[in-house]
Design a protein around this ligand. Structure first.
Ligand code: AMP
Length: 282
């Protein structure tokens, strides 16, 4: 089975209008494709929340920096359509870049403050690109519910703020991170890892689990936990740490003591592949 494909905004709008006319509410799962079981879980969750589920597959050029992997990002549309169908999705929307950004497109969306740390400073313009494309997708598909992953925790927080601040009439649903059996967070970028790198990659999650365990054992000093996290990811052979931070989980602000839930988040280059992961602590 393979999910039907819409290539144009007019096609997906027509499908959404048909669904609504038939009394079916609409779910949207925005992705960049190269789908894996983590995306599958988002689709299944969307299907439980809305009977007509659209999965967008669009490698969004505006969220990649000039030195990032836009050209090399895996594109696997046939396999993606099969996965969407197996997970219960109803339609894949895979527009071209020209369809999404016709010449002369100039408006963009920016959510201040929440991009001050973590991936924000390391990937200038990234969240502006994410917010812009997601708002466009929300306006095109007009879903009742949109589903995102906790794997990209900062993205989820920023998108929820965008939707709240701009009164976008959609419910935002965040699904937990889906992991490989050894703990590695599933990611389309994991396929860049060679065998040695793949063997080391689960140590990112082990470092995050260590922080959770220390906090559970009574350590409430955020700076000490952050140092331990940084030391653990720095100790991964061949790894280059982009960041390892512990921030207040809702607003991503710095915290002294862990008297509220915290987000422990890391970005690590294993070889040339940049992997991100996070856990909630407390
Ligand atoms: P992307 O992989 O960038 O195409 O992400 C599309 C959506 O899937 C985003 O909402 C991600 O947070 C989510 N996602 C990606 N990987 C995972 C995972 N391992 N578990 C849960 N959600 C994920």
């Amino acid at each position: 089975m393979t999910a039907p494909l819409a290539r144009t905004i007019a096609e997906v709008r027509a499908a959404a209008a048909d669904a609504r006319a038939a009394g079916r509410s609409i779910g949207l799962v925005p992705t960049m494709g190269a789908l894996h079981a983590g995306h599958g879980q988002l689709v299944t969750a969307a299907k439980a929340l809305a009977p007509f589920v659209v999965v967008s597959v669009f490698v969004n050029p505006t969220q990649f920096g000039p030195a990032e992997d836009f050209a090399q990002y895996p594109r696997t549309l046939d396999a993606d359509r099969a996965l969407v169908s197996a997970a219960g999705g109803d339609l894949v929307f895979a527009p071209t870049a020209e369809e999404m950004y016709p010449p002369g497109t100039g408006a963009f969306v920016e959510v201040p403050k929440l991009d001050a740390g973590l991936c924000g400073p390391r990937r200038p313009g990234h969240f502006r690109g994410v917010c812009t494309v997601v708002l466009k997708l929300l306006n095109i598909v007009t879903p009742d519910v949109a589903v995102f992953g906790q794997k990209d925790a900062q993205q989820a927080i920023i998108l929820k703020k965008m939707v709240a601040d701009l009164n976008v009439p959609v419910r935002m649903h965040i699904e937990p991170t889906v992991r490989e059996p050894d703990g590695l967070a599933m990611s389309s970028r994991n396929r860049y890892l060679n065998a040695d790198e793949r063997a080391l990659a689960p140590r990112i999650h082990e470092a995050l689990r260590m922080v959770q365990a220390r906090a559970a054992a009574g350590e409430a000093d955020a700076a000490r936990l952050e140092s331990a996290l940084l030391a653990a990811v720095t100790a991964i052979p061949g790894a280059r740490v982009d960041y390892a931070n512990i921030l207040e989980a809702e607003h991503l602000s710095p915290m002294g003591r862990l008297d509220r839930p915290a987000l422990a988040a890391v970005a690590v280059f294993i070889g040339t592949t940049r992997l991100i992961d996070n856990v909630i602590v407390g």
